[in-house]
Design a protein around this ligand. Sequence first.
Ligand code: F6R
Length: 601
Amino acid sequence: MCGIVGYIGRGDVKDELLSGLKELEYRGYDSAGIALMEQNHVTSFKATGKLKNLEQKAKEYAQDGGIGIGHTRWATHGKPTELNAHPHYGTYSYVVHNGIIENYVELKKELEAQGVKFVSQTDTEVIVHLFEKNLEKLGTGDKAFEATIAALEGAYAVLLLSKDVPETVYFARFGSPLMLGRNGKQEIFFASSDAAILGKATEVAYLEENCIGKVENGTIITDFEKGCSDLEYKALRGDKVSAQKGGFRFFMEKEIYEQGDVLSDTLMGRVFENRVHIDELEDMDLEGISAITICACGTSYHAALSSSYLFEHVAKIKTDVVIASEFRYKEPILTPDTLFVVISQSGETADTLEALKMAKNAGLQTLAVCNVDNSSIVRLCDSTILTRAGIEKGVASTKAFATQMAVLWMCALFFARKNGVACDMDAELKALRHLPKVTAEALRHHEKIKRLSKRYLHGHGFFFIGRDLFYPLAMEGALKLKEISYLHAEGYPAGEMKHGPIALADSELFTVALMPKSQLYEKMKSNVEELSARDATILTIAPEILDNIADDFLVIDEHGHVMSEYFEMMVVLQLLSMEVAIRLGNDVDMPRNLAKSVTVE
Ligand code: F6R
């Protein structure tokens, strides 16, 4: 949610900022802006919409060497207008900010009482005016910045530069990610995600929570009262090429196609002849654990719900799942026999992070299933199993979900063995090892789905129905469709349709039925028949053609294992939502109103 970049060096400052922002654009694309400083002269550009608009605006400008800050925005306070775009400025200072300033209304009132005129509706603008007021009062940039940060409440990362403090950029991290990269060419980079500095910086320091500092004349200085303590640099691995589209129309499509490969990575070193081995779980003291609570949001929540069936069916361990944004207000009863698990692709989701903090404060053991190493969630959890999906750029999560499910399935098998629960471990492990193949082979449905999609564009709504762990998969199918096609869709338990929603059934109601052969197949058939009798338009995803009850069919393999069916259907649902959205002319990778990483509550 929003992306920040900064650059200090002798290179082309504008290009450095824009190329960094390009990598972060998927995090927010309502508007973007940059500010570039050369000695005590600052030039700034802002544009609404996608980054290309900003590139166009700044195309004549060139600056070799100096300092620059940039931002790509997902609107939280104020509409996506140019005035609300970052960098926000006062009389001589500029700021970019990611996160939320919770006490901005009070601060704004105080500043207005002192004669400050605000031009935007954002929370961010208070930072820059407060800095300038503090500079007038306190006389030095350092003191002014410290006092400014001390007055802010909320979760945020900030970069600030000022004509009155030449050759300097101030930085602060309080609850939103910020990192500092460097290379051997006397260049320093800031970014809210390392995707922006891959291929540029060779080392990265992930700033700790609640710290400030500055870069002055190319030197990083942190000896402030709340200065970031010794920065710990790590080699920055990963290459830019892996984050490019590689011939696919959209990142989402590429990421769907990558799932077989990333699943192989996820399983690597974790699945053995007769057991799964997960170092991160082996290292935890799980002796007193008799229950699991899982917290997550969105797609990760659907992985959580699906996995709760596995934990209960396979490992016989009581498992509750709570939407993270609801968790903390529910006054949950937390007992030490519960393992608290959070699932997050980004590792930065504010709701999930807050739920995690509550569980930690209550003394629970905490485990993250996460895709981004060094993210806030990873750093806070006692232990983390990385999902190894690689950078996911499509806003609609696909490969991250697949790898979360693989990890959670492995965890269920781990607990089954640990607790001595009888299950057909050989069959489970065989199915687990086949996962990459099943997922890759599921792509064979793509051509048929492309053709089918034209019949599913203009109804009055979609129901995705399933039973057991195919119910959360149905919810995930519905979420995928609505976020990129903007069509209304609901995931529903198939058996529950007759308790109300079936009233909506007519030929304009599209139903996608998930019908695995290995689970409650006959019951699903009855539920589909009930809808068919009311003339609903029905697409079945089943191991056979059911032409007496449905209109369209996607025939899946009879794998003999429920999870193989789950993964094949997962790919089918991802492709279906993508093809519908493409036919509707939508930007699949950057759907309206959304952002990849949701760092506000
Ligand atoms: C949907 C999607 C979102 C995220 C949710 C949680 O495709 O991507 O629903 O799943 O915002 O994000 P993470 O997993 O990063 O915590």
